[in-house]
Design a protein around this ligand. Structure first.
Ligand SMILES: *Cc1c(COP(=O)(O)O)cnc(C)c1O
Length: 396
């Protein structure tokens, strides 16, 4: 479909990325192959020189991988997508493509733990400086900009307290300072938020989460706005080698077909859970962008199409109450990750955000007793009932 952009997001999710096959296959088959034969030596030479389109080697391009890349690029409204072996591979490739020794990056302080660790512990070894700031505070972003700042990396809603950064405003500040903006859109998916349409330059996804949606794949994607960036990123990804494989691309493409309808239910159920928890006597605070009590509720309503599938909350009883809840739930699964059909519950301070250390957690406003839930597709009443019986197990 050449005019796929004209269709509603629901329709795009079903059809984006697909190119008709000679066989008449209605989905792109799994091209489980590492290398592709050339017709003759000139054909091989032309493919390498880019004079002819075609396939050489799966690390460089593969039809099943391309179907997945086209799908996500279409949904995000980008020039092209680059499939990666994980969300972290997508983030690393983005850093490697946009930064060199002597450059500086600004990063959200409320961010997926390993993203911050990658900047602080790995990129720093290659001469790249970084500053973590609360990107929901525009003055803090302005203050963090330096003459050598080349990238502002934003996660919104930020994991795990779901603070919202104003993407259009951050893009404005970054561009005035000569930096590009990359957005981790994992928590929203393109169904709920399209950062490129708000003026940013690059989007990254952990497709492990909502895009695939079934807790059976680890994968990532980079979507870039311009052809120039696409070529530059492709070169870097070819050298770094952190690409997605055909089978996982197939699974993610299949997951994307139901993305819009899944997000609808994730959002509806998450809002019910958030509103219920907000009234619960053992819960001191609930973080969910669609609650009127969320500090950036108005911005969230402007920038996003839904509150998303993740809710976090603080227990009045602190860390001990959190442990009791973790050990008392029956329907909710005690596991990290998010965005799948199963409801998952976890404790950031001891799990996903443990690598940041207590000081960085305090700076990012992540309380030690915070609990994060990824609301799955089970019946919302039964998820709430399970949390209620788990909360009842907490003494006091
Ligand atoms: C999970 C996650 C990542 C990392 O993705 P992997 O696929 O696990 O490498 C990055 N950012 C966010 C917001 C995530 O939730």
């Amino acid at each position: 479909m050449n005019d796929i952009h004209k269709y509603h997001m629901d329709t795009q999710c079903v059809h984006a990325g697909f190119k008709s096959e000679e066989t008449g296959a209605v989905v792109t088959p799994i091209y489980q192959v590492s290398t592709f034969a050339f017709r003759d030596v000139n054909h091989g030479a032309d493919l390498f020189a880019g004079k002819e389109e075609g396939y050489i080697y799966t690390r460089m391009a593969n039809p099943t991988v391309q179907a997945c890349e086209r799908a996500v690029a279409t949904l995000e409204g980008g020039f092209g997508g680059l499939g990666c072996g994980s969300g972290m591979a997508a983030i690393h490739t983005t850093f490697a493509a946009l930064l060199r020794a002597g450059d500086h990056a600004v990063c959200s302080s409320v961010v997926y733990g390993p993203t911050q660790t990658l900047l602080a512990n790995v990129m720093s070894r290659f001469g790249i400086e970084s500053t973590c700031v609360d990107t929901s505070d525009l003055d803090a972003v302005k203050r963090a900009m330096r003459p050598n700042t080349k990238l502002v990396f934003v996660e919104t809603p930020g994991n795990p307290v779901l603070s919202i950064s104003d993407l259009a405003a951050v893009a404005d500040i970054a561009h005035k300072g000569g930096a590009k903006v990359a957005v981790d859109n994992t928590f929203m998916s393109p169904v709920l938020q399209r950062p490129l349409s708000l003026g940013t330059d690059v989007v990254v996804h952990s497709m492990t989460k909502f895009l695939n949606g079934h807790a059976d794949v680890v994968a990532g994607m980079i979507i870039v706005k311009t052809e120039d960036d696409y070529r530059a990123f492709r070169k870097i990804l070819n050298q770094l080698g952190g690409v997605i494989d055909p089978f996982n691309s197939f699974l993610v493409s299949r997951g994307i077909k139901t993305l819009a309808i899944r997000m609808e239910r994730h959002c509806a159920s998450a809002e019910k859970v958030a509103r219920h928890l907000e009234k619960h006597p053992k819960v001191s605070k609930v973080n969910y962008p669609w609650l009127e009590s969320h500090p950036q509720h108005a911005l969230a309503k402007r920038q996003m199409k839904g509150g998303g599938g993740v809710v976090s909350f603080e227990l009045a009883g602190g860390i001990e109450a959190g442990k009791t809840l973790m050990n008392s739930v029956r329907l909710c699964t005690l596991a990290v990750s998010l965005g799948g059909v199963e409801t998952l519950i976890e404790h950031p301070a001891s799990m996903t955000h443990a690598s940041m250390g207590a000081a960085a957690r305090a700076k990012a406003g992540i309380p030690e007793g915070l609990v994060r839930i990824s609301i799955g597709l089970e019946d919302a009443g039964e998820i709430i009932a399970d949390l209620d019986q788990g909360l009842a197990a907490i003494r006091g």
